[in-house]
Design a protein around this ligand. Sequence first.
Ligand code: NDP
Ligand code: A1CAB
Length: 274
Amino acid sequence: MKITFLGGGNMAAALIGGMVERGFAAAGLQVVDLGAETRQRLAARFGVRTVESFDDAALACDAIVLAVKPQQMRAALAQLAGRLSGQLVISIAAGLRIADIARWLGAGGAPYARIVRCMPNTPALIGAGVTGLYADPSVDAAGREAAARILSAVGSVVWGADEAAIDGVTAVSGSGPAYVFHFIEALEAAGRSFGFDEQTARRLALDTVTGAARLAAASDEPPGVLRERVTSKGGTTEAALASLAAAGWHDALVAAVQAAAARGRELGEQLGKD
Ligand SMILES: NC(=O)C1=CN([C@@H]2O[C@H](COP(=O)(O)OP(=O)(O)OC[C@H]3O[C@@H](n4cnc5c(N)ncnc54)[C@H](OP(=O)(O)O)[C@@H]3O)[C@@H](O)[C@H]2O)C=CC1
Ligand SMILES: O=C(O)[C@@H]1CCC=N1
């Protein structure tokens, strides 16, 4: 499969790195990015062809992954409007709706069809991503299968029942790695407060998060049951969890995820007005 990325930033690099690592031929991947430094870095790191704007070679592909920031998308798509000939378009942009992308890509008032909206996350770089996908009804089974194949190369995939589901995916797992990194930062800071050096505090925090996540993934029990098994009556964990509850930690996290989803919807609404 030949795939061209529009935008070669953080998320495109995570996807390309994961795909190359998992056997996608670098010769089949191209990146269109405005930045000379970005282009050089991607070419050197992954051996992919890079180019400043869409030329015939970049257009000659099966799928185009839209990986510029939502605020950059409309301007970036101007170079493609009316030039597509059936390529599957896969947008990873937060918030942006299929109908607006279709309009921006269309020609002579007719919106472009064959668009899949999806939301991956940065652990894709190590093949441990998770992506939510939603395909416009104009995408046939082969198109859906192609999109799933691309994203499955870098982790698991789930299909949303409707496009709105992708705003939820964005809030939970698209932004999710940042919540987890923030949690690791806090656990590491707590470790430092006991006098551990940075390296040791990070080891304790990281291996705890990795181990707990792997245990939860491997277990038939829900995380709540696993949590109870750590929590001895009258013990240390109970004291910690009571402190977290008093600080409203659970509700604060749920509210944070809701804020991310609201921002996604707001981006879609604001940017879709143009
Ligand atoms: N980062 C993440 O964890 C995730 C991001 N996403 C989505 O992925 C998309 C990209 O995010 P991210 O990788 O973080 O952003 P980046 O800013 O790192 O990457 C975007 C890249 O596109 C380039 N670019 C901008 N305009 C154009 C253009 N007209 N033509 C070609 N290239 C252009 C940018 O160049 P320059 O820097 O010069 O502007 C930059 O290199 C966003 O829509 C985001 O919502 C989805 C899931 C997770
Ligand atoms: O913060 C953002 O908007 C993007 C989308 C999901 C992760 N990063």
